[in-house]
Design a protein around this ligand. Structure first.
Ligand code: NAD
Ligand code: UFG
Length: 339
């Protein structure tokens, strides 16, 4: 049996593919390359070389999840046991500029996927949700039963999809669905072969810092130093992408217990400020990250961190890697892939 990863060549999907392969699972990836490159599959192969029979354990389909014919072909050919649905557009700012693209891509891909899963009687799904569904939480840490809301089209697609999945489960309790709400994934694989490599100027903190450290960008703009936090800069729950990837293995195991519908935060439970991240990164790279303070970024919240106890209690999952490792692996990936 195989596990289908939609968007499996992307940042989180590729790390999850590696962890699944190394755990002995068979992996099938479908990706339309809208935010990734085909070569990522070669990198995955290189990482698992000698440990895994890659050609037997891995299949790749380049195409869109909204292509029902292609998906049906995949389900006919491969014996799919479970699906992890990563595929989607994810940039908050862009989603405000081209909302229809976000609704079309994220919602339609999910509906087509669910239809095909139903047709082939595959009813085990892990969905990539986000801490963004908590909107402005009333207190910290954030628990899974906190009220949800969304402030931008990207966040709304995550919330709609969560609701679609809840309705589906209510209508048919034979589905097993795990909603994983990721906090802020950063870091890269220890090999330096895969990591986060956004096109153009990065929107997110860690890729921006990495590019300042490698000299591709001049200076980091820190958005606001007047938040009610210890040093005035925004606080987030940064989680290493390999820890996050391992959370998906635990979720797959959870599906196999016929778990019904479950929701888990994937975070560390610790909040770091932007200055904490800059300082930790500077220790790793020898002080190359220059920064300046600028206005707050519209839509940003001051503090956001998880309570991740439920994922530990119910799936035995816990983040293991520290901030230094997150910075080291990000820097290593940046330097290895410096163009
Ligand atoms: P990513 O952009 O690196 O990966 C997404 C992949 O999906 C890409 O390879 C892209 O080419 C592919 N894709 C997009 N639309 C597709 C479609 N219609 N058909 C086939 N492939 C398609 O993003 P990521 O950081 O790996 O995120 C994965 C998932 O996790 C996304 O759903 C994202 O919204 C969610 N998420 C990410 C973060 C984060 O900070 N990275 C935080 C919370 C949630
Ligand atoms: N920041 C800067 N300068 C930058 C980029 C970011 O100071 O150039 C600050 C932000 O103001 C914030 C922190 O760094 O305080 C983190 O910002 P990111 O853009 O890296 O991450 P966000 O917390 O804003 O959002 C991310 C994803 C969302 C997701 C959310 C929770 O972009 O899609 O994490 O998972 F919903």
């Amino acid at each position: 049996m195989s596990i289908l990863l939609t968007g499996g060549l992307g940042y989180i999907g590729s790390h999850t593919a590696v962890e699944l392969l190394e755990a002995g699972e068979r992996v099938v990836v479908v990706d339309n390359l809208s935010n990734s490159k085909k070569e990522v599959a070669d990198k995955i192969k290189e990482i698992v070389k000698g440990k895994v029979d890659f050609d037997k354990q891995f299949s790749l389909y380049i195409g869109d999840v909204r292509d029902e014919k292609l998906l049906s072909k995949i389900f006919e050919k491969e014996k799919i046991e479970s699906v992890v649905h990563f595929a989607g557009l994810k940039a908050v700012g862009e989603s405000c500029k081209i909302p229809l693209e976000y609704y079309k891509n994220n919602i339609d891909s999910t509906l087509v996927l669910l239809d095909v899963m139903k047709k082939f009687d595959v009813k085990n799904l892990v969905f990539s949700s986000s801490a963004t569904v908590y909107g402005r939480a009333k207190s910290m840490p954030i628990y899974e039963d906190f009220p949800t809301s969304a402030t931008n089209p990207y966040g709304k697609t995550k919330l709609f999809i969560e609701n679609i999945l809840m309705d589906l489960y209510e209508s048919d309790k034979t589905w097993n669905i795990v909603l994983l709400r990721y906090f802020n994934p950063i870091g890269a694989h220890d090999s330096g072969l895969i990591g986060e490599d956004p096109n153009g100027i990065p929107n997110n903190l860690m890729p921006y810092i990495s590019r300042v450290a490698s000299g591709k960008l001049e200076c980091l703009s820190i958005f606001g130093n007047d938040y009610p936090t210890k040093d005035g800069t925004g606080v987030r729950d940064y989680i290493h992408v390999v820890d996050l990837a391992n959370g998906h293995l635990c979720a797959i195991k959870k599906l196999r217990t016929n778990c019904g519908l479950k929701i888990y935060n994937l975070g560390t439970g610790v909040g770091y400020s932007v200055l904490d991240i800059v300082n930790a990164f500077n220790e790793v790279c020898g002080g190359k990250v220059k920064y300046k303070f600028v206005e707050r970024r519209p839509g940003d919240i001051d503090v956001c961190y998880a309570c991740a106890d439920k994922a530990f209690k119910e799936m035995g999952w816990k983040a293991k890697r520290d901030l230094k490792n997150m910075c080291q692996t990000s820097y290593n990936f940046e330097m290895k892939n410096k163009k």
